[in-house]
Ligand binder design. Sequence first.
Ligand SMILES: NC(=O)c1ccc[n+]([C@@H]2O[C@H](COP(=O)([O-])OP(=O)(O)OC[C@H]3O[C@@H](n4cnc5c(N)ncnc54)[C@H](OP(=O)(O)O)[C@@H]3O)[C@@H](O)[C@H]2O)c1
Length: 187
Amino acid sequence: MTPMPALTIEGYVIVSADGMLAGADRVMPDALKFEGDKQFFSDALDRAALIVHGRHSFEDQPNFPRRKRIIVTRTIGTIAPDPSNPKAILWNPAGAPFEAACEHAGVGGGTVAIIGGPDVFGMFMDRYDTFWLSQAPQVRLPDGEPCFPGVPARSPQQILAAHGLKAGKAQILDAAADVSVTPWRRV
Ligand SMILES: NC(=O)c1ccc[n+]([C@@H]2O[C@H](COP(=O)([O-])OP(=O)(O)OC[C@H]3O[C@@H](n4cnc5c(N)ncnc54)[C@H](OP(=O)(O)O)[C@@H]3O)[C@@H](O)[C@H]2O)c1
């Protein structure tokens, strides 16, 4: 397999004060949707060469059809084209390495945006160059869906730190709701 130019791996999530990315119904609630964060996220995905997510974590944005993506699934053995989307590749991590899926997607370098859900975020914990953690401290989602494996026993910040990432300067995305995004960069 031809050596791949460097891929930069970046993660994106917005969580509640208690580390949840969705409610008890495993759906992202309106309480976690803020214009400032949506714009930050949409701009980031416009810059990405490739997006990676599990079956329920695609971004609901106008530019969705333009973006190359890898959908993580167990419905196939290794790698296959997505019959419903010519820009998407289906990938089963148990059957093939990530680099092979990238090659099938025709991505030879650039930024890869990992956008969830929890197991998919967990899969790349030791590969993130930067994890962009948005948090809405005024929102609580008891019985919600934890953003990473290991939450809520540990906070998202503790898990990122435990995987060799260090917090950078927070950027306010919504002052009224005190929503900010913090880049966690590999040390
Ligand atoms: N707040 C945020 O920023 C944010 C971010 C992302 C997601 N969300 C929300 O959180 C919810 C997450 O949904 P979800 O828990 O169902 O997660 P998901 O990762 O979107 O979907 C789970 C599905 O992805 C596939 N998958 C996941 N891990 C896999 C693995 N290790 N190997 C193979 N396939 C794997 C499986 O698909 P198959 O069933 O096809 O095998 C699995 O059923 C969504 O409702 C989404 O809206 C919120």
